[in-house]
Design a protein around this ligand. Structure first.
Ligand code: SF4
Ligand code: SF4
Length: 148
């Protein structure tokens, strides 16, 4: 039988309460990077260009409550739309749990803090640039391969 503290690995995504759903996010902020899609193959490429509302140091949205207003295409993850979000990084806790995989040892819910995640090099901290400083036609030169 799973321990109560293992809810993040044992509880189905559609049974999480709002607080648990939010806590599942590891805070890596990879999903706040701009992505490019190959029109022919559909392949998605991550760039190091981040949304201007992201605080890179904390990897937190600076206007989370109004993110849909500030950025109309800001993605709201839900149990019912995870299947369509194949571009989510392989480290994303929502993707991992959707694929019935356990959270890694560095995840804040497992390690108890964000430090292990930063040490593991999972977050974008220190590796991105704000979209305020990049022309929309210039994202291609900022494609990166460290988002897995
Ligand atoms: S990629 Fe997933 S785990 Fe990382 S910040 Fe986005 S939603 Fe959270
Ligand atoms: S509005 Fe906030 S949550 Fe949405 S992409 Fe920008 S920084 Fe990320």
């Amino acid at each position: 039988m799973a321990r109560v503290s293992d809810w993040f690995n044992s509880k189905p995504l559609d049974e999480l309460n709002a607080q648990q759903w939010e806590a599942l996010c590891d805070g890596c902020a990879k999903c706040c990077l701009h992505k490019l899609e190959d029109a022919d193959s559909g392949e998605v490429f991550y760039t190091k260009v981040r949304c201007r509302y992201l605080d890179e140091e904390t990897c937190r949205c600076t206007d989370y409550a109004n993110r849909s207003v500030q950025v109309p295409n800001c993605i709201h993850l839900r149990p019912e739309n995870l299947q369509e979000l194949a571009w989510l990084p392989s480290t994303c806790a929502y993707r991992l749990r959707f694929e019935s995989k356990p959270l890694p040892a560095w995840h804040p819910l497992v390690s108890g803090s964000r430090e292990a995640m930063y040490s593991a090099g999972v977050a974008i901290r220190g590796r991105s640039i704000s979209d305020e400083h990049v022309h929309p036609d210039g994202y291609e030169e900022h494609i990166v391969h460290w988002v897995e």
